[in-house]
Design a protein. Structure first.
Length: 59
């Protein structure tokens, strides 16, 4: 996800609904900016896994 985003940042391009990174799930339009849905899903998954990783009692 970071690699994809840095590609757009350093190229100066903005996300469009037809970008290659949007093909699997599509995009969400937030205030005129397109955000790939898989970015949102990955962010949620990262925090869930992080939560479970930190909640395991240490021995």
């Amino acid at each position: 996800m970071l690699e994809d985003e840095f590609t757009f940042i350093f190229s100066g391009a903005r996300h469009t609904p037809t970008d290659w990174t949007n093909w699997p799930f599509g995009t969400v339009n937030v205030l005129g900016n397109y955000i790939p849905i898989w970015y949102i899903l990955m962010t949620i998954a990262i925090f869930v896994i992080w939560y479970f990783g930190l909640s395991v009692p240490s021995e």
